[in-house]
Design a protein. Structure first.
Length: 468
């Protein structure tokens, strides 16, 4: 038999070739790793360079713009400035009632039109009030700052922050056991929604959810919440006067849709978490310290400066009409809703029983053609308006509003008392004092209704209230 072949040399050769392959593979891997590292390092350098070029505030010696500086300060204040013994002491001082059985109320949108008046009225009767406002630039922020000074003069602290800052809200409820929240923070205006729709969702929907979440799950005790819905929820409804029982499923604007969404969200949080929630549908609120985006306000400015104003008529040639409601009457309704709000029934995010869920109209019940409002202003300002009359465009506005307030009258004795002529006279008096314009020669007379803050103007230098 022949001997088996000698394979030792073949085996050694294969082992050598395998070793060579492993060495080459290791070198290739090392080279690839080194190349990848260099590419990553180069990419990082490029990204850093691009970042520094596009974000100059990070460069030494650069002074950020006012807008970026304000944004930075707001971010810092939300997470750094809030807190500490001094801050908590000021918050408690402002929110502590001075009368037996008084309310402790967190007022969001406190530097806004309705928020300022309600805060002053609550403080005047001895309730504790803490304000929250983000002082956005939807209209002149300096007017909001003037309102803030007015509130500060009366011992009301207004925190500069956004309603979507949940961490701050949780902190506030930890510091103060608020009995009530008057939620007035919102993005207002019907036409502006066509240009900036996202701001309405952020404020009117996300902001509302943010507040409800904190109130339901973190506040102990849960507060009763009264919040500002809007008469705009009636949308394309043609049955008048508008009743809380009428349909509200056809909003004519995004603003109206966000308020309708808010009412549905309120129902959900009431049902699941036992929050006591009252929605108030405001009808065209006007008066001193009002909003510059409202017609009576910018009409006054235009008439005094000799600029033309635009009046709308319907496609049938009918004057647009509004249920103008004076600010003092709205404040009366807001305080009535707060005083009659039932307690929330939940604890730690768990519902313990049924809670109150309400919605009310707050209007004047007397619709007035916008043309008549202009005629009253012309008399008060002793100057004729230059008018352009056009057909009302499809911009979200509705031709007619008229409130039925029977329910509010029944439940908390809401009864508006101020006619349009009286309310506009008080507004014009405030306007000429605040802006320092020449006083008009004619001051129309109207039936005097109940007045509080509405009959006062402001010293533009001190921020104090001047008697009428």
């Amino acid at each position: 038999m022949a001997p088996p072949p000698d394979t030792s040399k073949t085996t050694k050769l294969e082992r050598y070739n395998s070793y060579i392959r492993r060495v080459n593979s290791t070198k290739l891997l090392a080279a690839s790793t080194n190349l990848l590292f260099r590419a990553t390092l180069l990419t990082a350098v490029v990204l850093i360079l691009l970042f520094t070029l596009h974000y100059p505030p990070l460069l030494a010696g650069h002074h950020p713009s006012a807008a970026s500086a304000h944004s930075h300060r707001s971010l810092l204040s939300s997470y750094s400035s809030y807190g500490g013994a001094t801050w908590e002491r000021e918050v408690r001082r402002s929110a502590t009632p001075r009368r037996r059985g008084g309310l402790s109320v967190l007022v969001t949108g406190a530097a806004g039109f309705v928020g300022t008046h309600c805060s002053l009225a609550l403080k005047k009767r001895g309730d504790g009030v803490l304000g929250l406002d983000n002082f956005n630039s939807y209209y002149d922020p300096s007017l909001k700052r003037s309102r803030q000074k007015l509130l500060s003069h009366h011992g009301i602290l207004v925190i500069d922050a956004d309603i979507n800052d949940s961490k701050l809200l949780i902190k506030l409820f930890d510091v103060v056991p608020f009995s009530h929240v008057l939620h007035l923070a919102a993005q207002a205006g019907v036409r502006y929604a066509m240009r900036n729709p996202q701001s309405y969702v952020a404020s009117n929907v996300a902001g509302l959810v943010s507040l409800f979440e904190v109130a339901a799950k973190h506040a102990d005790p849960q507060p009763a919440i009264v919040w500002a819905s809007s008469s705009s929820v009636y949308g394309l409804n043609t049955a008048v006067p508008f009743s809380e029982l009428h349909r509200t499923d056809r909003p004519a604007s995004l603003y109206a849709a966000t308020k309708k969404a808010g009412e549905a969200i309120a129902h959900t949080y009431n049902h699941i978490y036992g929050l006591s929630i009252t929605g108030l549908r405001f009808f065209t609120v006007y008066g001193p310290w009002g909003r510059p985006d409202m017609a009576y306000f910018f009409f006054t400015k235009a008439i005094l400066s000799g600029n033309a104003i635009t009046l709308f008529k319907t496609r049938d040639g009918v004057d647009v009409q509004r249920d103008f409601t004076y600010i003092d009457d709205v404040v009366q309704g807001c305080l009535g809703a707060l005083d009659t709000a039932g307690k929330s029934t939940g604890t730690g995010g768990k519902k313990r029983g049924p809670a109150q869920l309400r919605v009310y109209n707050l209007g004047n019940t007397s619709p007035v053609p916008v043309g008549k409002m202009v005629a009253i202003l012309e008399e008060l300002l002793a100057k004729k308006a230059k008018k352009n009359v056009v057909t009302m465009p499809r911009n979200g506005d509705v031709p007619y509003t008229h409130a039925n307030v029977t329910l509010a009258q029944k439940d908390f004795k809401y009864r508006p008392t101020t006619d349009l002529a009286t309310g506009l006279r008080r507004f014009v008096k405030w306007y000429v004092e605040y802006y320092g314009v020449a006083a008009p020669h004619a001051q129309g007379k109207g039936k005097r209704g109940k007045g509080s803050v509405g009959e006062k103007g402001k010293d533009a230098n001190t921020g104090r209230v001047a008697s009428a």
